[in-house]
Design a protein around this ligand. Structure first.
Ligand SMILES: [Zn+2]
Length: 412
């Protein structure tokens, strides 16, 4: 279960425990689609009496509903519980440098509809992005025939470092933004609870709820695209760090004094294994390579993967180098963090993980301590197409459910 609450809570109160139990039960109902009280008791480790009490409250509030009957172990029919999907809707928005993707989900996190607007690659003023988000959100709701009153919250991912506590976009290099109070600007326009963060965090939430991280407590969800980074989950909670930059692993150093990186430093992981870094490696090995399309990163990465499968020596050399750099970065990570799982996601991972993984594992084994290496699994992400907006909507749902545990929900 992912939560945005701080890790260093003092002693939990009865109310905290009740809230946590309630989330535990709701989480299981959501994940399994339908469950009986008995199943929920087994899955959560809570007593039948606790589950029954929580279910009664949730039914009264309209958050869950009875969706038929099943035979219980004693032969007596027992109610099947499911989330009342029509209770409300959550919105997840992925603001990227070249597009804004909008997803509308019901309360069972089933996608209702989606909408996308393309953003030309030009400098954007904050007000332009606010306007594009507001207009796109209106279009999304119009597509579904839904009014804003039904929306329980909106989650928005913003590229670059985001100051969680103040709602400030610290730095968006492509748009030339420094310290933009984006959340406050959006709150003037969008009158439902708003949750904002960067894509690394939302991707990790989606991995932990719906991806390979479902069964793990401590994991790193790596995003491997043009940029490189991670979201960290510790003891089932998203880890923010002191100023919400935990997981900026892409800017840790793998080659001291190495290639310049767009963050201003030199020798970062991203400078070697981000898509432009891989193209640079290819150009260093063979400047005339037929696999090199400097204007089209996607085409180049796909060409390298295809050629490596055919044992093309240049492609294999690129894979070898990439595995060495990535292996060094991941070895430091697992030595420090000791995770159960590292998921590798996004478009470069989709193309390269199948060809790079054997060499990568060899490199990590050589460069890390044996204990954390034995404890960790590496896997290609199996999440659906836009995990960032899914993660953003999931956080909205989680915050809504947690809030609903603190005070009675208004049934609309
Ligand atoms: Zn860097």
């Amino acid at each position: 279960m992912i939560s945005n609450s701080p890790l260093d809570k003092t002693q939990p109160t009865t109310r905290d425990i009740r809230e946590a139990n309630r989330l535990l039960v709701l989480h299981q109902i959501l994940l399994r689609t339908t469950s009986t009280r008995q199943e929920l008791s087994q899955l959560t480790g809570l007593s039948m009496a606790t589950v029954a009490n929580l279910a009664t409250d949730l039914l009264e509030e309209g958050l869950i509903m009875e969706a038929g009957m099943a035979a219980s172990q004693g032969g007596r029919p027992t109610a099947i519980l499911s989330v009342n999907a029509a209770f409300g809707a959550c919105v997840g928005i992925d603001v990227a440098e070249t597009y804004i993707h909008f997803d509308l989900y019901d309360l069972a996190l089933k996608n209702i509809t989606e909408h996308q607007v393309e953003l030309p690659l030009t400098r954007k003023e904050p007000q332009d992005i606010v306007q594009a988000i507001v207009t796109g959100l209106d279009s999304l709701l119009a597509q579904a025939g839904l009014s804003m009153e039904k929306v329980v919250g909106v989650g928005i991912s913003i590229p670059g470092p985001f100051e969680h506590s103040t709602g400030v976009s610290v730095f968006a290099p492509s748009w030339g933004w420094v310290n933009v109070p984006l959340k406050a600007m959006l709150e003037k326009e969008i009158k439902v609870p708003l949750y904002m963060d960067n894509p690394l965090k939302f991707n990790a939430i989606a991995e932990a709820w719906f991806g390979a991280g479902r069964e793990t407590k401590t994991m790193a969800a790596m995003v491997w695209g043009t940029g490189v980074g991670m979201g960290l989950v510790i003891n089932g909670q998203l880890f923010h760090g002191a100023s919400n930059t935990a997981g900026e692993w892409g800017h840790s150093i793998v080659v001291a004094g190495g290639r310049p990186c767009r963050c201003g430093s030199c020798g970062c992981v991203e400078a070697y294994i981000g898509a432009p870094g891989i193209l640079q490696t290819l150009a260093e090995i063979d400047p005339q390579s037929k696999l090199l399309f400097p204007e089209n990163q996607t085409r180049s990465i796909e060409a390298i993967a295809a050629a490596a499968r055919e044992n093309d020596p240049v492609a294999l050399a690129v894979i070898q180098k990439t595995a060495t750099y990535l292996g060094a970065g991941l070895s430091s990570l697992i030595n420090i963090f000791n995770p159960e799982l590292v998921t590798l996601g996004s478009w470069v991972a989709d193309s390269l993980v199948p060809v790079v993984l054997p060499e990568l594992l060899k490199q990590v084994e050589q460069q890390s301590l044996s204990q954390p290496f034995r404890a960790v699994k590496f896997t290609l992400s199996d999440l659906p197409r836009n995990p960032v907006s899914l993660g953003a909507a999931t956080l909205v749902l989680e915050e809504f459910l947690a809030e609903a545990g603190r005070q009675p929900v208004m049934i609309r």
